[in-house]
Ligand binder design. Sequence first.
Ligand SMILES: [Zn+2]
Length: 236
Amino acid sequence: MGIPIGQTSTATVEATGLKHEQCIWCRTEYVYEFTRQAAGRGSSLLFLDNAGAEMRAHQSAEKALQKEMAKAVEPVRCPGCGKMQPKALSSVRLKRGLSTIFGGLAIAFVAWIATIFIMTDSTFDARLSTASTIAGLLAFVAVLLGVGWWVLFDPNRGRNYLKGINPEIADSALTVEAFEALIEAEEESERMRQDEQEQRRMNYEERQTELRQAAESRKQAEMQKMAERAKRSIGS
Ligand SMILES: [Zn+2]
């Protein structure tokens, strides 16, 4: 039996989207920008299809990105009333609550091992029981903190614990009207830029024409002089 060897390709893609939302509290319609990343993998067994592996990695990354974009929701404050939407808050709660619990459990596990190693003077049973007590307590605190955070966290009531929500994201929403005005202003400045460019081009062409005409009349004057000189030399 052989060991399967081949190439594994990975791809990362990123996209920025615009989310349109309506506040459930005050019905204000608003938009905000968000960015998502996704990664994908593709493999090529025995190196037979490396280009295909890269393509598959890219395709699976794109697919994952589309899913991420579709369900993306950011904790932004409504520009109308300043509140955040419950579904955005619950996703922050879930993420931060779970990471608090799992982070705490990891610390408890490390403490359990460390205690067993540190208490070298005691019997193994004593070490095990002390380690378990410490780890158990830490795990309990971790779960308590995670659940407590989950329950109490509510920026809509001024309880944005541990800066759970990045203020830069929180204040990134614009009302639909403000957003449209912004787009309008951007288009206007683009139009002005294009007009200016067009004007510069026309000025340049005008100048070129003038120069050409000046050169032309100089040439004609010169030819006339030559013709007169020739006439005079024949006449004499
Ligand atoms: Zn609102």
